[in-house]
Design a protein around this ligand. Structure first.
Ligand code: AMP
Length: 148
């Protein structure tokens, strides 16, 4: 068993490992793609959550999806950016975690995704669990175990 502070790390609730919603860059469903590309470029992230004004989680938006949506036959049609909306381009079939889920479920999902969105029972966005945070915690737990 890998334990952190004497607790099986896989059984710890993910709420202790979240990057909380107020620190997560996001876009709104009704934003246009020009604004969304600006946010993605400025933050340096390739994908960020899409929320509505009530903070309900709707999906993820990535830079490749935006560029693909304005790809013409001969060129990238940047002038289309201001006419298209985030909800037309976002990926809404994304894996999700509940705030009460255990880390072992997060571990399964993070194999295929760099981060997973976390929501509460009402679908309100609570934050993200990243592969980086999880690896850091496992690393910490393994080193702690070695010392004992
Ligand atoms: P990291 O593990 O820190 O490299 O983050 C992996 C991915 O999670 C990034 O490429 C982003 O897509 C997303 N991410 C991490 N931190 C944030 C944040 N504060 N706001 C929005 N997205 C984030």
């Amino acid at each position: 068993m890998i334990s952190l502070h004497n607790e099986d790390i896989l059984e710890v609730e993910i709420k202790d490992f979240l990057i909380p919603s107020e620190r997560v860059a996001h876009v709104q469903v009704s934003n246009n793609l020009e604004h969304a590309l600006l946010v993605l470029t400025k933050t340096g992230y390739t994908a960020i959550p899409v929320l509505d004004p009530q903070y309900k989680l709707h999906g993820l938006l990535s830079t490749p999806a935006i560029l693909d949506s304005i790809l013409g036959l001969q060129r990238i049609e940047f002038e289309q950016l201001e006419n298209k909306k985030v909800h037309e381009v976002m990926n809404s079939s994304i894996p999700r975690l509940k705030i009460t889920d255990r880390l072992k479920k997060g571990l399964d999902l993070l194999i295929d995704h760099p981060f997973i969105c976390v929501e509460n029972e009402e679908g309100i966005f609570e934050g993200i669990l990243t592969r980086r945070t999880l690896l850091k915690k496992f690393n910490q737990a393994i080193h702690q175990q070695k010392k004992q």
